[in-house]
Write a protein that binds this ligand. Structure first.
Ligand code: FAD
Ligand code: NAP
Length: 305
């Protein structure tokens, strides 16, 4: 029986683990893959205090290293569901069932798909959701980036080091991305924009992407463009399938908490991108994690004899 099981080893989960373990609790940190979460897909971070800039995997490593020192057990496993048996919380993975007095849900969010013809067929054959992972395969090519948020514009900038040109197609005529990121994109000679438009279809020769049909939302005109790759950044969906039955999510699947990161289920906390919140960043994930780590300590002290 653990005092707490933290599901998800992104920045939120790793911080909660640090705070709970330093309070002398028995802590398991569980992830279906390597620690770091979305930071592993981020080439350069320049808005994490204390670092001028740092790569995502490097920051992940720095966050993980102290956890072993404080006795956090790092476990691999894909959580399929969470069951409640009175005050006991059961975490069911593909291989085992773990029990704890408290749970911290830190599963984050995952990229959304566009849902257009050709997207699935050419996934990994020109369609990508990760510039850091796949960008280097597209040297000298003309690339399309879909979306107008921080991810789309920042990753478009990243892709310019490999690509011949990078075109951003956005459904409005104004970007959502932070101003400083926008300004860099507007100043970059390799970046072009297609405004007020959406991707209609991704086409190719069955082995790789060659052409993208784009529809202008104002005129309804559909135009054909030659691209060797399409990078899709149209937002995130919460990773809440495993806890969908607990009655703690809003109608879009984000988990609702109070300021102490407590959900409506006693002893279950939620932190980071998986929460209903305004600003999804590493700094806010880390802040949530610190609060939850401390709240877990209070809960165990008050409720577990
Ligand atoms: P995540 O980092 O998403 O981690 C969640 C973890 O949970 C993952 O490791 C996942 O494997 C695990 N998990 C999920 N489901 C399960 C399950 N069922 N069972 C077991 N494990 C599971 N923020 C910044 O502040 N600065 C930036 O420069 C920046 N750049 C970004 C660039 C991109 C391309 C993207 C997509 C995001 C960027 N962000 C940036 C946002 C930042 O990465 C996130 O806000 C942050 O990682 C959220 O942390 P988290 O711990 O809540 O979730
Ligand atoms: P996001 O902020 O939700 O932006 C998604 C973008 O995709 C929006 O521009 C949206 O258009 C567009 N879009 C949504 N659905 C679409 C569809 N079906 N077709 C076409 N376009 C569509 O998502 P994100 O950029 O992935 O960022 C996610 C979170 O991570 C944010 O909180 C962000 O701040 C954070 N992040 C931070 C950094 C950083 O700090 N450097 C970097 C990356 C990400 P509209 O604008 O019209 O809604």
């Amino acid at each position: 029986m653990y005092d707490t099981i933290i599901i998800g080893a992104g920045p939120a989960g790793m911080t909660a683990a640090l705070y709970a373990a330093r309070s002398n609790l028995k802590v398991a940190l569980l992830d279906r893959g390597i620690y770091g979460g979305q930071m592993n897909n981020t080439a350069e971070i320049e808005n994490y205090p204390g670092y001028d800039h740092i790569s995502g995997p490097e920051l992940a490593e720095k966050m993980f290293l102290p956890l072993e020192k404080f006795g956090v057990e790092y476990l691999y496993g894909q959580v399929i569901r969470v069951e409640l048996d009175g005050a006991v919380k059961r975490v069911v993975t593909e291989d085992e069932t773990l029990e704890a007095h408290t749970l911290v849900l830190a599963m984050g969010a995952q990229h959304r798909s566009l849902g257009v013809p050709g997207e699935d067929i050419y996934n990994s054959r020109g369609v990508s959701y990760c510039a850091v992972c796949d960008g280097a395969f597209f040297r000298g090519q003309d690339l399309l980036v879909v979306g107008g948020g921080d991810s789309a514009v920042e990753e478009a900038l990243y892709l310019t080091q490999f690509a011949n040109t990078v075109t951003i197609v956005h459904r409005r005529d104004e970007l959502r991305a932070q101003k400083i990121i926008q300004e860099r994109a507007f100043a970059n000679e390799k970046i072009q924009f297609i405004w007020d438009s959406v991707v209609e279809e991704i086409k190719g020769d069955d082995t790789k992407v060659q052409e993208v049909l784009v529809r202008n939302l104002k005129t309804d005109e559909v135009t054909s463009h030659a691209f060797g790759g399409v990078f899709i950044y149209v937002g995130l969906d919460p990773m809440t399938d495993a806890v969908a039955d607990l009655g703690i999510c809003d109608d879009q699947g984000w988990i609702v908490t109070d300021e102490q990161m407590a959900t409506s289920q006693a002893g279950i906390f939620a932190i980071g991108d998986i929460r209903q919140k305004q600003l999804r960043q590493i700094t806010t994930a880390v802040g949530d994690g610190a609060v939850a780590g401390q709240q877990v300590y209070h809960y165990v002290t008050e409720h577990v004899s």
